[in-house]
Design a protein around this ligand. Sequence first.
Ligand SMILES: Nc1nc2c(ncn2[C@@H]2O[C@H](COP(=O)(O)OP(=O)(O)OP(=O)(O)O)[C@@H](O)[C@H]2O)c(=O)[nH]1
Ligand SMILES: [Mg+2]
Length: 350
Amino acid sequence: MIYKREIMVGGGCGGDGCVSFRREKYVPFGGPDGGDGGDGGGVGVVASLNMADLGLMRRKKEFVAGNGRRGSGWRKRGKRGEDLAISVPVGTMVFTRGDSGEEILLADLSTPGQKVLVAKGGRGGLGNARFATAVNQAPEIASKGASGEERHIVLEVKLITDICIVGHPNSGKSTLLSAISRAKPEIADYPFTTQQPILGVMPDDRRDFTVAEIPGLVEGAHLGKGLGNEFLRHAERTKLLIYLLDGSSPTVIDDLSILEKEIALYKGLAHKPKIVAVNKIDLPEVQARLPEVKQCFAKFGAPVFYISAVSGQAVLELVRKAMEMVDQASRDEEIISQAQITIFRPKPRK
Ligand SMILES: Nc1nc2c(ncn2[C@@H]2O[C@H](COP(=O)(O)OP(=O)(O)OP(=O)(O)O)[C@@H](O)[C@H]2O)c(=O)[nH]1
Ligand SMILES: [Mg+2]
């Protein structure tokens, strides 16, 4: 799956203006009647719920809209070039490149149907009818259509979810996702069963919560080990992380520090609200080690739950806490965004 791509977009060229004179029986000196060229089409990027990634851009790197048609006699304007709409998944960020190659955000397409114009079409040229003046009543000039705008844009998909489940391979992320949401991911007893982010919806009386599972992280993921850490981009805009640990792993205590380190190494994730969930407590060997594990995690600076995604033990409590923390994170975000709005008010009169 493709989550980041640089493409070239180009607006269509404007059609040329036309040089023509009205020639009709009994109408001497009919005058200039060349029409204007049509404008070139524009290129837009549209967020669509039907797209999962940027697979459309696997081979195609250039997207150019249609050219405007030339004007014609009888002051007829040329047809406008066809607009081109590039469909991308909801959650796609659109960047242009600055002078030193840095990415500058143009738009964050976070709602279905949201659209941004990335390349304007060129204006159509003027026909000779436009150039007629009192001193030049039969102009033989028309202007050419302008070229469309051309630019390189970078598209990056970052899912927008309330909750993101992260963990080592085989820790039970897909099992938990299928237990708490309507998603039906593949579950199997081998690592890296899940190779793409999977989205689910958790219905609640007040609203639906979105939850995603991303592929497993291993030690050294930031260096490209396993499937790498590229998928963490989808955790950037989540409100809460659930660190899911495999309780049956002999190194479960170290697993948490490895996971924490990998997540902290990805930009912007170190301070995300989080919950730790130790999974598979239905297994007798996990039960046997539970007191030791609980003691080690007691001082961890986040809520810790001991669950079984298969039997459902403590899953409801985990979900309730997760929803509560998501609501709190949303309220915090709102306060921050309100604090950033500057309100200008006139000075009170003395
Ligand atoms: N006993 C027990 N087994 C579980 C539990 N949760 C998951 N498993 C098993 O653990 C194995 C891995 O589960 P998955 O849900 O595929 O794990 P995952 O983290 O999504 O794995 P990857 O996608 O490969 O990273 C499967 O055989 C599950 O049946 C649990 O609570 N108890
Ligand atoms: Mg999985």
